[in-house]
Write a protein that binds this ligand. Sequence first.
Ligand SMILES: [Zn+2]
Length: 127
Amino acid sequence: MKLETVLDIVEPGAAWFWIRRQYLPDGPVCPTCGQIVTGDRALEAFARMDRTYCKCCGSNSPARAFVRQLRGTEWQPEEYCKLMLLHLCGLHPSYIAKLLGKSGQCVRDMLHRVEVLDQMIPLETGL
Ligand SMILES: [Zn+2]
């Protein structure tokens, strides 16, 4: 089986589900005020990857902004999951970049970002 075939399996919905479970197990934490977002409509919007309203501070942020790894980047959840898979396979960043159609610098920047963030909050579960 080719690596590209495996990567095709990673679709946006599954990737977003994994990211939420991995990084926000207690629910979305508002990037503006730091409170956990509650409310069925807000949580449904978040699960759909839509803009999510925080009733604590009234902010309305893109769902991706709740995930520190993705905040302020161009990375989509499925791209991020593919990056993590390929990285855990031990592939070189330049090869990962080629497979994902991104620049080597872009991949190295994200791996660095993940490394820094992972040191701040240890992950409890692996892939
Ligand atoms: Zn808030």
